[in-house]
Design a protein around this ligand. Structure first.
Ligand code: NAD
Length: 262
């Protein structure tokens, strides 16, 4: 059977854990050659070992996506190794929650730096390669918080709203070169380490309720009655990366079980 991403050279940022890790395995199973990037060396090594068992591994990189010189160098090395870059999944992101009047400025700036400027830097250098090919796909992992304000999450929501503006603007700049740029806006992925190791505990403490009650509170907000899964996001990412979505660019697609409807 022909796989829908056979031999596509694919950079995935934040591939060391969580959604980026799951997307890496899912894309590799569809035949893509993954170049996984992460700032966390240990996690990256672990993921690469598993990836190697699924498909040929591309070029891994321990990299900080907010450092323009590191990104420029790594993109050049990938282009030298493979002669092209077919897909960029800009997934790396961070979240720190504070009420607005207590939000530390340095943490605010860091969130914007990783979630918005990091996306810009990666897309800038990858798009230079894609322009020469006159083909390519850029997908940003955004959030439902990219379309609707989020309680205690002003910096995260601001960075994700900005990400949709960047996605639409790049889609315009790059359409003449056959490069499509889209974003995916997932709902709450309650199986992710972000929730399991941090958000459940934070919200449970803040509201004085159990972790089970926090979970119920979030699931009750979803018309389809369950949390978002890695698989839900993967399915849409594969579609957006493949030629099946050839006529789509500049879109921000909700994968929220109906929680967000515009
Ligand atoms: N988990 C959710 O419920 C959820 C929901 C909607 C959207 N998202 C989005 O999905 C993406 C992934 O989220 P996740 O939950 O898997 O997060 P996560 O924290 O589990 O993983 C993020 C990865 O990015 C890496 N990273 C962070 N800063 C980096 C940098 N400067 N350079 C390179 N790598 C860096 C981290 O080391 C980590 O491996 C994010 O953009 C997030 O906003 C997550």
């Amino acid at each position: 059977m022909e796989l829908c991403l056979q031999d596509k050279i694919t950079i995935i940022t934040g591939a060391g854990r969580g959604l980026g890790e799951a997307l890496s395995y899912g894309f590799a199973k569809e035949g893509a050659i993954i170049c996984p990037w992460d700032i966390d060396k240990e996690n990256l090594e672990r993921v690469c070992e598993k990836l190697g068992a699924i498909n040929k591994l591309g070029k891994k990189a321990v990299i900080d996506i907010t450092d323009e010189s590191q990104v420029e160098k790594e993109v050049r090395l990938i282009e030298e190794s493979f002669g092209r870059i077919d897909i960029l999944i800009a997934n790396a992101g961070i979240l720190h929650a504070y009420e607005i009047t207590e939000f530390p400025e340095d943490i605010w700036r860091k969130i914007i730096e990783v979630n918005l400027t990091g996306y810009f830097i990666c897309a800038k250098y990858v798009a230079r390669v894609m322009k020469k090919q006159r083909k390519g796909v850029i997908i940003q992992i955004n959030s439902k918080s990219g379309k609707k304000g989020s309680y205690w999450n002003s910096a995260y929501a601001a960075s994700k709203f900005g990400g949709i503006g960047l996605t639409q603007s790049m889609a315009l700049d790059l359409a003449p070169f056959g490069i499509r740029v889209n974003a995916i806006c997932p709902g709450n992925i309650l199986e992710s380490p972000l929730w399991q190791t941090s958000l459940f505990q934070q919200y449970s403490k803040k509201w004085g309720i159990s972790i089970e009650e926090v979970k119920r509170k979030y699931v009750e907000q979803v018309p389809l009655g369950r949390p978002c899964t890695y698989e839900d996001v993967l399915n849409v990412a594969i579609f957006l990366a493949s030629d099946r979505s050839d006529y789509m660019t500049g879109q921000a697609i909700n994968v929220t079980g109906g929680q967000e409807m515009r």
